[in-house]
Design a protein around this ligand. Structure first.
Ligand code: SF4
Ligand code: SF4
Length: 380
């Protein structure tokens, strides 16, 4: 049986979307392999920020609506939820559900939205770094979790997909603590893998119909790829999705760490595929975040990883675009930002280069720039 199905879907058009999802689930053995009638299922979507669906930062509402309808036809009760960055309270959820189109999608499908903002402590024996972690209590309200991620680049982790999507099962501000405790990308990748194992999605979907390239996960540009992916294995799904945007395992910390831990495969070629030929969707010139040169990091190998904290780029604030909303200041896990009057200022000796500030800035007023050492290395 294939572990990943790819199906063509050129646009967010209800009939084709439904057909493509039905084809994909058939490729994976049918719904009965994943859910049973009467089960309560969480669609763990990506609502990283309050952005309109056509900006491609969040899972498209029609994708979520179609999936909810298909699950209801299997006799399941559907809950839709995420814990985005920043405050995790009902007011913040209300704004984000409305702005991302998810509220209307849930209404149309007759699905419920999550309003539970409580946290719970769980044991995670499979974890490497997080043997004990904090999750949102919405996971306790359901029988099964289905991940519904978006194909995007990511400033810190190069790529975000099924594994990184589970970071949204950690309550809002707790995310900052995990960033702070694990500032190196390899450690943070291990933490993300631990969080994914604890959330244990039984099935993972990826919305790659319109992806995000460039400065993802919130400040990039929409890019049509025309594909949806489904898999019971988040590592296989991410490996194949990364291949579609020109990345190899070593260039994506979550994939590299999963491989080292015996959870992931060495390359996309090893993944059992069904549906369309993946090569049909490969994007030769998919833009990475401005500051990321994954090829160079790979060339530097272990040396690069050791020097990572010196090589990693710096954030820069652009006052001409800044509206003084304080989102960067409030979301900096390292408390490296202070507000100086209306504008934020960064204290580099404290900065852990997590780029949460860039991710949370609603005005794209934060950019990331190569360090002087990296510039020198690049010239060699
Ligand atoms: S200043 Fe930005 S990149 Fe640096 S630690 Fe704070 S949020 Fe992360
Ligand atoms: S999040 Fe962006 S707009 Fe808001 S204060 Fe920070 S830099 Fe300015």
């Amino acid at each position: 049986m294939a572990t990943v199905s790819l199906r063509a879907c050129e646009q967010y058009e209800p009939e084709r979307l439904r057909e493509a999802m039905e084809e994909a689930i058939r490729d994976l053995g049918g719904w009965k392999a994943f859910v049973s009638p009467g089960e309560r299922v969480l669609l763990k979507v990506n609502l990283v920020m309050n952005k309109a669906p056509d900006l491609a930062a969040t899972t498209h509402p029609l994708f979520v609506e179609t999936l909810a309808r298909l699950l209801q036809e299997q006799g399941c009760e559907v809950l839709i939820g995420d814990s985005p960055g920043g405050l995790f309270n009902q007011e913040a959820l209300r704004r984000i559900y409305k702005g991302t189109g998810i509220q209307k999608a849930a209404e149309r499908a007759g699905a419920s939205l999550n309003w539970n903002t409580e946290a719970m402590e769980v044991e995670n024996p499979q974890g490497k770094l997080l043997k004990h972690l904090t999750q949102t209590a919405m996971l306790a309200d359901v029988d099964k979790v289905i991940s519904v991620s978006k194909l995007k680049t990511h400033g810190m982790m190069t790529f975000t997909g099924a594994v990184k999507n589970q970071f949204g099962t950690v309550p809002g501000t707790k995310k900052a603590e995990y960033h702070f405790r694990m500032p190196q990308s390899a450690d943070f990748a291990d933490a993300l893998i631990d969080i994914c194992l604890a959330a244990h999605p039984v099935l993972c979907w990826m919305d790659g119909i319109v992806a995000m390239e460039g400065n993802g996960p919130t400040g990039g540009t929409p890019r049509k790829v025309g594909v949806l992916l489904a898999s019971e294995n988040p590592f296989d799904l991410d490996l194949l999705a990364s291949h579609l945007i020109g990345l190899e395992r070593e260039q994506v910390p979550t994939l590299e760490q999963a491989y080292r831990r015996g959870l992931g495969k060495a390359s996309a070629a090893e993944v059992e595929k069904a549906g369309e030929d993946p090569e049909r969707f490969v994007q030769k010139d998919f833009r990475m975040p401005d500051h990321i040169d994954p090829h160079l990091m790979r060339k530097l190998g272990p040396v690069g990883r050791t020097l990572e904290s010196w090589l990693r780029p710096k954030v820069k604030f652009h006052h001409d675009r800044c509206v003084g909303c304080r989102a960067c200041y409030q979301n900096c896990p390292a408390k490296a930002i202070t507000m100086e009057g209306r504008y934020p200022a960064v204290h580099y000796h404290q900065c852990i280069r997590c780029y949460c500030c860039q991710e949370q800035c609603p005005k794209n007023a934060i950019t990331v720039h190569e360090s002087k050492i990296m510039k020198l290395v690049n010239r060699l």
